[in-house]
Design a protein around this ligand. Structure first.
Ligand code: PGA
Length: 264
């Protein structure tokens, strides 16, 4: 006898097109040769059977162009890992949102905890960067997340709410931004929150962001990031309120990243 699923819960968590977003943050890894090989492998995987997924690769700035060549003609999208709040100017070493756009990027990560910690970026800075991204026609992936000490102190939700308060610019509207919940203690550590804690924080983020932007919860996408790998991707992606994943270390291995994509 065929087993009929009595009820399929379709929880609208993600992009307007209903697709989960799988983003690979390569951080400061690779070179022209490895970036080409990795991007080509992901592009050829994406050419397989259609999946309800949007794939984004975020290479380091100098490797965006080789990655763009490698994914040309595929559905794989590109993103930067940061951008400056100004469109141009005397800012040695910085990269603007219009530059990323001109290279074919669709997305840009803003407010990653490594920028908040190592470059002392405040949520105000992140909000200005996200505004610049939106003005340039890029979709900012705005990262928020608490430290271990903040979680232990029972402050995770208030810290994240305060980050959202300043990191989301007024120009945020339906479909032009994405949030990513990345607990700092889960990044690169092999540790992940429980499914219950992820669901609770995503519900919190959705409600805070909805209130602030005037959007409905279902019109906002919140990714989870922090030690996502092939072995836990399916479970994480099935948690209510998770619109996709932002993957660091595991996005550097083509096979592992493609398994994560296939988990949607
Ligand atoms: P990780 O990094 O997957 O290596 O933990 C995630 C991130 O920093 O975006």
């Amino acid at each position: 006898m065929a087993i009929v699923k009595p009820f399929l819960v379709v929880y609208k968590t993600t992009m307007e097109n209903g697709k989960k977003l799988i983003a690979g943050n390569w951080k400061m890894h690779g070179d022209a040769e490895t970036a080409t090989a990795l991007a080509k492998a992901v592009a050829s995987f994406s050419a397989g059977p259609p999946m309800a997924v949007e794939i984004v690769l975020c290479p380091p700035f100098p490797l965006i162009q080789v990655a763009a060549q490698a994914v040309a003609g595929s559905t794989v999208k590109l993103g930067g890992q940061d951008c400056h709040a100004e469109a141009e100017g005397a800012h040695t070493g910085d990269v603007s949102a219009p530059m990323l756009k001109s290279l074919g990027c669709t997305y840009v990560i803003t407010g990653h905890s490594e920028r908040r910690i190592h470059h002392r970026e405040t949520s105000g800075d992140v909000g200005r960067k996200a505004a610049a991204a939106i003005a340039a026609g890029l979709v900012p992936i705005i990262c928020v997340g608490e430290t271990q000490a903040e979680r232990d102190g029972g402050k995770a939700e208030s810290v994240v709410a305060a980050q959202i308060g300043e990191s989301l610019p007024k120009s945020c509207s339906k479909g032009n931004f994405v949030l990513a919940y990345e607990p700092v203690w889960a990044i690169g550590s092999g540790k992940t929150p429980t499914a219950h804690d992820i669901a609770a924080m995503h519900a919190h983020i959705l409600s805070v962001a909805a209130k602030q932007t005037g959007l409905a919860n279902g019109e906002i996408s919140v990714l989870y990031g922090g030690s996502v790998k092939a072995a836990n991707a399916k479970e994480i992606l099935s948690i209510e309120g998770v619109g996709g994943v932002l993957v660091g270390g595991a996005s550097l291995k083509a096979e592992e990243f493609c398994k994560i994509i296939a988990s949607t």
